[in-house]
Write a protein that binds this ligand. Structure first.
Ligand code: GDR
Length: 344
């Protein structure tokens, strides 16, 4: 008889958390998830809730007692720490909250795991934001130079994960993930704000999209691919840190141009810029150097920048009550015939 594994996912209602839950359930895991009351993303997590092997717990990473209780009562085999105050722009207006959840929340989890006495494998959602102004390409050895309270909190969590690994021989990995998006991305992140706006403009329900800095560049991939590599890291023989991305960057303007082109509109008629949406300091460009992940994990992303935009626009067209253009859905079926998540 095979023994079923149990996983605890913090941030289970977020984009990555919901995909990861579905992925682990499809692999036969029992999944516990922590989610905070106010999660605002429009995730259809009902598919998680309805599953007999999935359990949702309400609360957040500021609650020491809850974290300890969850770890000691569930005694999971694997913990995926995906919860965070994850909006970089907002971290400038709520730095202490960001530090408490994104930084100290990690300390609470690691300590609860350490004192549980069980060999629990731990995945920490580290971020390309930690590289800040250090020029691309960036890999596991690139110096960190964070440029936001969010990134500073992530740097603390990143080093603490390494520290618990080295001090207590814990199986703890940092996945330094570059931007990864999907139709489940919250609409306060730039990609979804654009694709939702494009669909809404096409439906005649919106006149324009107001954005901040269009010149900055990001290395954007597709979230369902990224959560599978989180799991793969915890299946290795020894814990390591990995950079995960696509290896190419594009500007916000290129994203805008491509999304409008897909629905046959000229972006210049629909975009306005507002300086108030600029951040006090920026990460100008990031490009993942993923040679280590390719070598040790077989990492090779299938969905390109252009595919990602098609998938996201198509999903938002459907949500706006329109016919999707079509290529996006075809791409998903082609690349993921054994698709374990629902089409959004
Ligand atoms: P990011 O994602 O900060 O890279 O962090 P986001 O989509 O918020 O911003 C990307 C870039 O777009 C510029 N931008 C705008 N951003 C938003 N949100 N809204 C706008 O209107 C807008 N206009 C321009 C931003 O200035 C920025 O440069 C994401 C998060 O998921 C983090 O939690 C994660 O760690 C990193 O990706 C990797």
């Amino acid at each position: 008889m095979t023994i079923r594994k149990t996983a605890l996912i913090t941030g289970i209602k977020g984009q990555d958390g919901s995909y990861l839950a579905e992925f682990l359930l499809s692999k036969g895991y029992i999944v516990h998830g922590l989610n905070r009351k106010s999660t605002s993303t429009d995730i259809k997590h009902t598919n998680i809730k309805k599953r007999p092997d999935a359990y949702l717990h309400q609360g957040d990473l500021s609650d020491d007692k809850l974290i300890k209780t969850l770890i000691t009562e569930i005694m999971p085999d694997e913990v995926y720490n995906l919860a965070a105050q994850s909006h970089v722009g907002s971290s400038f207006t709520c730095p202490t909250y960001t530090g408490n959840i994104t930084g100290l929340g990690t300390a609470r989890l690691l300590e609860a795991i350490h004192t549980s006495g069980k060999n629990i494998k731990y995945y920490q959602a580290s971020s390309s934001e930690m590289f800040g102004i250090t020029p691309p390409p960036q890999n596991e050895l690139t110096p960190l130079h964070p440029t936001s309270p969010y990134a500073c909190a992530k740097v603390y969590a990143h080093y603490l994960t390494q520290n618990y690994r080295e001090s207590y021989n814990m199986f703890a990995c940092n996945g330094i993930l570059f931007n990864h998006e999907s139709p489940r991305r919250g609409s306060d992140f730039v990609t979804r704000k654009i694709t939702q706006g494009v669909a809404s403009i096409t439906a005649g329900k919106q006149q324009e999209i107001t954005l901040g800095n269009l010149d900055v560049k990001r290395d954007w991939g597709y979230s369902p691919e990224y959560i599978q590599i989180m799991w793969a890291m915890l299946q290795l023989d020894k814990p390591e840190d990995f950079v995960i991305g696509t290896g190419e960057s594009h500007s916000i303007q290129e994203f805008v141009e491509t999304a409008f082109e897909y629905v046959d509109l000229n972006w210049e008629n629909y975009i306005s810029c507002n300086k108030n949406l600029f951040r006090p300091s920026e990460v100008n460009d990031v490009i993942a150097d993923t040679r280590k992940a390719t070598h040790l994990l077989g990492w090779k992303p299938k969905i390109t920048f252009y595919d990602l935009i098609k998938i996201m626009v198509d999903a938002d067209m459907r949500k706006a009550g329109l016919e999707s253009i079509g290529d996006g859905d075809e791409l998903l079926i082609k690349h993921f015939p054994d698709k374990w998540w629902l089409l959004d």
